[in-house]
Write a protein that binds this ligand. Structure first.
Ligand SMILES: Nc1ncnc2c1ncn2[C@@H]1O[C@H](COP(=O)(O)OP(=O)(O)OP(=O)(O)O)[C@@H](O)[C@H]1O
Ligand SMILES: [Mg+2]
Length: 143
């Protein structure tokens, strides 16, 4: 499955995230890829809402926190790899435990994990088109 959406505001991006969040199942992994400030956290807020977490609980990671956990009907592990430089640093985190859990993992800067992502993964590429417009491509491997 692959589909591209265009949003014209942060609210529209959150609404798209909410629709996706509604359809997620325990164990799903979402890999978010996109430059600084394209809207990965904004989309995560919408996804969290779709899973039953208030969007304002979802934070952009402060400097040394890499994983934030939100507990709704399904636990969400919001992971932000921006501050990790090397594959070795990332593998030391032991993210496999989260990825293989029955929670939902949402990973910003997921391309930094290289081979650490599961085969069954929802990959979302966000790109900046102009100040308010984002192109959001959602791909689901294995379905
Ligand atoms: N259509 C849109 N969708 C999402 N965000 C938008 C949109 N238009 C403008 N914005 C703005 O873009 C910014 C997105 O910020 P956000 O923190 O979600 O990005 P990010 O990809 O998580 O960045 P970082 O790489 O720093 O984690 C916000 O300031 C938001 O208001
Ligand atoms: Mg972010």
């Amino acid at each position: 499955m692959e589909k591209t959406f265009r949003t014209e505001s942060p609210d529209e991006t959150q609404a798209l995230g909410e629709k996706l969040g509604n359809r997620l199942k325990p164990g799903d992994v979402i890999a978010l890829i996109g430059d600084l400030g394209t809207g990965k956290t904004c989309l995560t807020q919408g996804i969290a809402r779709g899973i039953g977490i208030a969007p304002n609980e979802v934070v952009s990671s402060p400097s040394y926190i890499i994983i934030n956990e939100y507990n709704g009907k399904i636990p969400i592990y919001h992971i932000d790899l921006y501050r990790l430089e090397t594959a070795a640093e990332i593998s030391e985190l032991g993210l496999g435990e989260y990825i293989e859990s029955d929670g939902i993992c949402i990973i910003e800067w997921a391309e930094r994990m290289e081979d650490g992502l599961p085969e069954n993964c929802i990959t979302i590429n966000i790109s900046w088109e102009d100040e308010k417009t984002r192109s959001i491509k959602i791909q689901h491997t294995l379905s």
